[in-house]
Design a protein around this ligand. Structure first.
Ligand SMILES: [Zn+2]
Length: 380
């Protein structure tokens, strides 16, 4: 998905959000009715979800249980990663199968801010990061990006616009933030040229003509130097990481975000962009794993991936108003035929399905019924 740098911004832009959202209250019954129209058998569908462990994902899970009449199988890890090694047990638990993957991002409707979620159960009902796991990863890279923004400096050498590059950013390393030198330095198409001058903490190079054209010569100070700051675009740098991940169970999430990280960090809403990037990566990775999973042979399977936008609950609310932005779906029928639905078509299919489900479970009544059952003794 993100193996080619040139295609990353196009891929991220292709995930449409505006006018592509469904409230979970209508999305889940529509999904259920779409499954029935595809020939899935009522009461024989085992739903599954690959959501983050955040409690904000609870309401969607409750709705899935209510409309499909079964508590969804847990296919997910923190951050919205799909546990692809769980396909076989999921397949074993139902005749027909549904898998919903969603990365998530919090949203404060009052401020319009993405990446925060009001935790009503904290003492002072404070906002915190959502998705916190994605936020933690992004923060680590944001610090490196901030260092680069401060340490790549515009300076004049003998009156000509030049660029001062911090030694750390141009030193040979195995991991960290790396500059795309040809975007910044003249004649760097095949590696950095000889510097025109040297300072105590970095080398000075003649600025690339493309940088001069992009920023305009007036951006350069007549004396001293200024940080390149926000002019350091996503196209101007990249990250590399190797080995010794901090959390071995989270390799996949950080791996998914590594290549698109420059676009995440420079976007208006980094945690929103990061959640979208993770969904793009997880759909493709999971689709390929489902193709190869023998446990899915002969099954009806619908896999839908998207984004959960958790609209912060207000004091007194029991649940958030979660919206789902579908990205893509993969349908595999029991006769072996396969189909992929891209975002527009997926939205049309869901839009055409009814949001009415007369067979939905009455959860309160179901709990009452179970409470009224004769007690069963467990014999040891
Ligand atoms: Zn999360």
């Amino acid at each position: 998905m993100f193996s080619n740098r040139a295609s990353i911004s196009t891929a991220l832009r292709s995930f449409k959000l505006e006018d592509h959202m469904l409230c979970y209250n209508s999305f889940v019954p529509k999904l259920y009715n779409w499954c029935l129209s595809l020939g899935f058998t009522p009461s024989k569908i085992m739903p599954s979800r690959a959501f983050c462990s955040d409690e904000s994902q609870g309401f969607p899970i409750i709705l899935i249980a209510k409309h499909f009449g079964a508590f969804p199988f847990n296919h997910g890890r923190v951050g919205g990663i799909v546990s692809i090694e769980r396909h076989a047990p999921h397949a074993d638990h139902g005749k027909d199968l549904v898998l919903v993957q969603a990365s998530h991002v919090g949203y404060d409707a009052e401020t319009g801010e993405f990446g925060v979620y009001r935790r009503l159960h904290t003492e002072h009902e404070t906002n915190s990061c959502a998705c916190g796991k994605i936020g933690k990863i992004v923060q680590k890279y944001a610090e490196e990006y901030q260092y680069a923004r401060d340490s790549v400096r515009l300076i004049r050498h003998e009156g000509r616009p030049s660029i001062l590059l911090d030694y750390l950013l141009i030193s040979p390393r195995k991991q960290g933030l790396f500059l795309v030198a040809e975007n910044l330095v003249a004649g760097a198409e095949h590696g950095l040229p000889r510097p025109v001058s040297t300072r105590s903490t970095g080398h000075v190079f003649t600025a690339a003509p493309s940088l001069l054209a992009r920023l305009g010569e007036d951006t350069w100070p007549h004396e001293g130097s200024v940080a390149i700051g926000t002019h350091l675009d996503a196209e101007d740098f990249y990250f590399q990481r190797e080995g010794h991940w901090e959390d071995p169970f989270q390799d996949q999430l950080e791996h998914n975000l590594l290549a698109p990280m420059p676009w995440i960090l420079t976007s208006t809403h980094p945690l929103l962009t990061a959640a979208c990037a993770n969904t793009l990566a997880e759909f493709e990775r999971t689709y390929r794993s489902l193709l190869q999973s023998a446990s899915m042979d002969g099954k009806n399977l619908l896999f839908v991936a998207g984004l959960n936008i958790d609209i912060s609950p207000n004091p007194g609310d029991d649940f958030p108003l979660t919206k789902f932005v579908p990205w893509a779906a993969y349908l595999q029928r029991s006769d072996g035929t396969r189909e992929i639905f891209e975002q527009t078509e997926l939205l049309q299919r869901l839009g055409a399905a009814s949001s009415s489900n007369p067979t939905q479970l009455n959860l309160e009544q179901a709990i009452q019924t179970m409470a009224g059952k004769r007690e069963i003794q467990v014999r040891i």
